[in-house]
Design a protein around this ligand. Structure first.
Ligand SMILES: Cc1cc2nc3c(=O)[nH]c(=O)nc-3n(C[C@H](O)[C@H](O)[C@H](O)COP(=O)(O)OP(=O)(O)OC[C@H]3O[C@@H](n4cnc5c(N)ncnc54)[C@H](O)[C@@H]3O)c2cc1C
Length: 382
């Protein structure tokens, strides 16, 4: 059934990208509907490491991550086998579960006036004359501008290439992690994948890991098999996992992650791809959430300025190119055991260079975006 009303904007997907887009438009007086597949808070595949840029963007939305229980992270430990290097991060990072974070942003969007529909799955997004029609299983919605923010779930006809890696995430209670991981994000690289660990609220150990699909087939996707494989890769992993208890039944997972994907082809004049539907940065950078939030805000501003989706897409991808080039090159080095071991030795010898490499994998231009946004908001208020 086609709704009679035409919305200023409709958002498919209520993750960080979709919620940021909706919130920015609602704050600027637009009528926005957001359609989210899940009924309530849920776990997502993510390392749950919040970069400074991501935190700045959340602060811009007046979200207090400390009040949500975020942990502080100042150091980064890189390990492969038994070799490791611990370096200072160039910024103060944070650990926070997606369960809490995504729900808080969605709630903020709803409070700002976004009409949030939960438990409805978008099945298609198609231009129709001057508008775009968004269909769910039971309804059709008409919007002047539409955001495609369905994350890893692609809609029919709007697919992304299929990558070879599988991603997992699990929360655990771990005494060894509670004792030794505060303030640290740990990355362990091994042949065929890597895993990242940090503490999120209440000293919960959050681990996110990626593995070649072929390796997953060989060892099995269930937690006991994965745990014993990960623990065998490095004593750092084994120490964190020893005596740990999973806090939900089985890891959440996602297959065929298209690392390095940039959606350069336009979808339609008013269909704005955001977050993982626009660009997928290697997970070890811990910058996907910053990109998702930033793309949501920049696309919303494009809508407010009357800039078409293809122009937004082209400009945003230009902003990402250098970051993606560096992250891709670093990924190739770290995922090869011999060159990863050399990198660990180099990080021990030249820690400042390692800290600089972390900076080089960050999203650019966030500061000017939040500053400009604050000035705009003040101008509107004043
Ligand atoms: C293993 C791994 C580790 C990572 N670690 C980090 C990290 O530590 N730090 C970091 O910054 N980034 C990390 N990332 C990246 C980060 O998780 C993503 O870039 C980010 O979640 C993208 O946000 P999004 O809003 O585009 O998508 P999502 O967060 O996936 O949100 C999409 C939303 O759309 C909804 N949806 C899907 N399909 C439909 C539909 N048909 N109709 C309606 N709703 C729909 C979903 O339910 C979901 O809520 C990691 C990624 C992986 C794979």
């Amino acid at each position: 059934m086609l709704q009679a009303v035409t919305w200023d904007s409709i958002v498919a997907g209520g993750g960080l990208a979709g919620a940021a887009f909706a919130l920015e438009l609602a704050r600027n007086g637009r009528r926005v509907a957001l359609i989210e597949r899940t009924q309530s808070a849920h776990h997502k595949v993510c390392g749950e490491f919040l970069s400074l840029e991501a935190q700045d963007l959340l602060t811009y939305f007046d979200l207090d991550i400390s009040a949500l229980g975020a942990t502080a992270i100042n150091e980064f430990r890189l390990a492969t086998g038994e070799r490791h290097a611990t370096i200072s991060l160039p910024f103060r990072a944070a650990g926070l579960s997606r369960w809490s974070l995504d729900e808080a942003l969605l709630t903020a969007a709803e409070r700002a006036g976004v009409h949030v529909v939960r438990g409805a799955r978008v099945t298609s997004v198609e231009p129709l004359g001057a508008a775009t029609v968004v269909k769910t299983e039971t309804m059709a919605w008409r919007g002047k501008a539409v955001a495609l923010a369905t994350g890893k779930h692609s809609l029919r006809g709007l697919t992304r290439p299929l990558g070879s890696m599988v991603g997992f995430k699990l929360h655990l209670s771990s005494d060894s992690a509670a004792r030794t991981l505060p303030g640290i994000v740990q990355l362990v690289f091994f042949r065929g994948g890597y895993f990242g660990a940090c503490l999120v609220e209440e000293n919960i150990l959050s681990i996110g890991w990626v593995m070649e699909a072929e390796l997953v087939r060989r060892i099995g996707a269930d937690w006991p098999a994965q745990k014993s494989y990960l623990a065998g890769q490095s004593s750092f992993a084994s120490y964190l996992l020893e005596g740990s208890q999973p806090l939900f039944a089985k890891p959440v997972s996602t297959a065929a992650i298209p690392y390095g994907f940039l959606r350069t082809a336009p979808i339609g004049p008013a269909i704005y791809p955001l977050g993982d539907q626009l660009a997928v940065v290697p997970s070890f950078t811990g910058d996907g959430m910053a990109i998702a939030l930033c793309s949501g805000i920049v696309a919303a501003r494009a809508v407010l300025e009357g800039k078409s989706a293809p122009v937004f897409q082209r400009e945003f991808i230009r902003r990402l190119r250098q970051q993606f080039r560096i992250a891709g090159a670093l990924g190739r080095i770290l995922q090869t055991p011999a060159s990863c071991a050399v990198s660990v030795a180099a990080a021990n010898f030249l820690p400042r260079i390692a800290t600089k490499m972390v900076s080089a994998t960050r999203l650019r231009g966030v500061e000017s975006l939040t500053r400009r946004g604050k000035l705009q908001a003040q101008a509107i208020a004043g």
